[in-house]
Design a protein around this ligand. Sequence first.
Ligand SMILES: [Zn+2]
Length: 159
Amino acid sequence: MLRQNESRAFLGKYLIDPHVPWRHKRREMMAISGIIPVAKWLAKINQRSDVSCRLCKRAREQRSASTENLPEEMYGHINSAFCDGMATNVTAAHHFIWRHLYASMQAAQTLARKLRVVTPDKESSMSTFWQEEEFKFEQICSRELLTEKSQQTLRKRSL
Ligand SMILES: [Zn+2]
């Protein structure tokens, strides 16, 4: 909320924009104030006794899996790939955004710029990335040096 164009001011612009449908604004305000009618919140206001995720339950029932030990239905859970009922949609949204970002970066690419997306078709952790020979990161600096410099930068930012 402190980043430029992602701040409360941006949220305020969104909420007063007459082109944004009321139901979208209403949902955003409910999410921010923590009153989205998920099972956890409904149980909190005594409107539901079971806090288990209804989407996970339905997804498990459809594939004849056990409905024991269902996770709690919270706003964060139903917006994550950890929710059995939403995993496909959340993953598709992630891939859609990634493809859009990648296409935007490709469109902005010119010969003068040296930006190169090295893993357009997959995600890699830094550890895995560093081990791949083709990128020759070890010739630039060691993984330990990169880790040390990253930690120094983080410490400077937190001061
Ligand atoms: Zn779920």
